[in-house]
Write a new protein. Structure first.
Length: 82
């Protein structure tokens, strides 16, 4: 009926290695090297990331305030109405 899926082709001169899932460590050095590496990377890129976010936030809040101010009616226009 043909070959099985894993044996479709015969490859020569190629050596493959694998490690059993039971021998692998899922989170090696997670707390000793992983978390300090994340903190180092954040510290290295914070000056490139934070200023644009602060600028966009200030522009957004200013624009929202100006929009709300523009929607209000001017009370001076209606002083003589009775």
């Amino acid at each position: 009926m043909g070959r099985a899926f894993g044996n479709l082709a015969r490859v020569r001169h190629v050596i493959t290695y694998s490690l059993s899932p039971f021998e692998q460590r899922a989170f090696p050095n997670y707390f000793s090297k992983g978390i300090p590496n994340v903190l180092r990377r954040i510290q290295g890129s914070i000056l490139r990331v934070v200023p644009p976010f602060v600028g966009f936030y200030l522009v957004y809040t200013w624009g929202t305030q100006e929009f709300e101010k523009g929607k209000r009616k001017n009370p001076a226009d209606y002083e003589n109405d009775k």
